[in-house]
Design a protein around this ligand. Structure first.
Ligand code: NAD
Ligand code: UDP
Length: 322
């Protein structure tokens, strides 16, 4: 029997890490999940625990990372990801993006593994070009509140490229744009769970600023497919994966009001510092190199996600503390 390929997924108990774990299990891999549960939830992966081709380690990857045996691939997804998370734990965010990536690149080198890292559209900061192609260098405020996340991710990309060019390591970089779907935390502060949570609790929807800022939302299954293709491509430079269907936050609020049938209205709160005014991926590269493009339209993706949030225990829906 051919032994299963072995893959380490950091951040496995989080939103994206758990969906990636599911996909690689389905594809017949041996998946080693690692997570310190700082923003993750074991319930996202509890269905995998009985499987013989899944193992899990509760570990902070900013500390030395050890994995026994061979390792073919590493997906580095561990990091706080929502603005309220990384503002609450800024030092851990900087550490996982710097010390954490150094540990994982060292591990990849010692095991001769291919490593794919989760970068983000936040490397473009508050972009002055729209849509954002990979060649755009970005507009980030290093000392603003979001700098802890944006700069950690930019450093992570630089470190990964250095290991690629200096050590010849096989590396891949995915720049992920706003992604949504089941297993997001209802209270993680991101706009979609925030709006749906508010609708479910009968509260007004809190739009930050005048709601004219834009985002482009990608359904999680599309993202996972893009990451899967990128890992097995031979392309080491960053690739945007996201859905180019751009919408203002005000229009998005209107869609959520329609979807949920809430009688509540939108209320306007101050715009957080350095909140990007526009964001839309240029996915020319993903189309060309990976033959990838998103398949799930927002109406279908939102319906699935709303059904997931509705099915959560009442207590969880009511509990809105972060
Ligand atoms: P998430 O918070 O649901 O998952 C992150 C996981 O990483 C959590 O389970 C958390 O406990 C774990 N983690 C954090 N620090 C750790 C550490 N030091 N050691 C071990 N585990 C640690 O967030 P997500 O949305 O699933 O994001 C996953 C990755 O994708 C992150 O790297 C994020 O920056 C990136 N990303 C996500 C999006 C998005 O829209 N969801 C967009 C761009 C980039
Ligand atoms: N946002 C909002 N109301 C909320 C939460 C977020 O209007 O309750 C806005 C936020 O200011 C931003 C957009 O929605 O302009 C997307 O925010 P999110 O935190 O989801 O992601 P990011 O800013 O990282 O793209």
């Amino acid at each position: 029997m051919i032994p299963r390929k072995r893959i380490l997924i950091t951040g496995a108990a989080g939103f994206l890490g758990s969906h990636l774990s599911d996909r690689f299990i389905r594809e017949g891999f041996h998946v080693i999940g690692m997570d310190n549960l700082i923003t993750g939830d074991l319930r996202n992966i509890e269905h995998l625990f009985p499987l013989e081709n899944f193992e899990f380690y509760n570990h902070d990857v900013s500390k030395f990372v050890y994995v026994a045996g061979e390792l073919d691939y590493i997906l580095h997804f561990a990091s706080p990801a929502s603005p309220i998370d990384y503002l609450r734990i800024p030092i851990q965010t900087l550490k996982v993006g710097s010390l954490g990536i150094h540990n994982l690149l060292g591990l990849a080198r010692s095991k001769n593994s291919r490593i794919l890292i989760a970068s983000t559209s936040e490397v473009y900061g508050d972009p002055t070009v729209n849509p954002q192609p990979e060649e755009y260098w970005g507009n980030v405020n290093p000392v603003g509140p979001r700098g802890v996340y944006d700069e950690a991710k930019r450093f992570q990309e630089a470190m990964t490229m250095a290991y690629h060019t200096f050590h010849g390591l096989e590396t891949r970089i995915v720049r992920i744009f706003n992604t949504y779907g089941p297993r997001m935390r209802l209270n993680d502060g991101r706009v979609l769970p925030a709006f749906i949570g508010q609708a479910l609790r009968g509260e007004d929807l809190t739009v930050f600023g005048d709601g004219s800022q834009t985002r482009s939302f990608c359904y999680v299954d599309d993202l996972v497919e893009g990451i899967y293709r990128l890992l097995f491509s031979d392309y080491p430079m960053p690739v945007n994966i996201g859905n180019p269907d751009e919408i203002t936050i005000k229009e998005f609020g209107e869609e959520i009001i329609k979807l949920t049938g809430t009688k509540q209205k939108m209320v306007y709160n101050p715009l957080p510092t350095d909140d990007p005014k526009q964001r839309r991926p240029d996915i020319t590269k993903a189309r060309k190199i990976l033959s990838w493009e998103p398949k799930v339209n927002r109406a279908d993706g939102l319906k699935i996600t709303y059904d997931y949030f509705k099915s959560l225990p009442e207590q969880e829906i009511k509990h809105k503390d972060f």
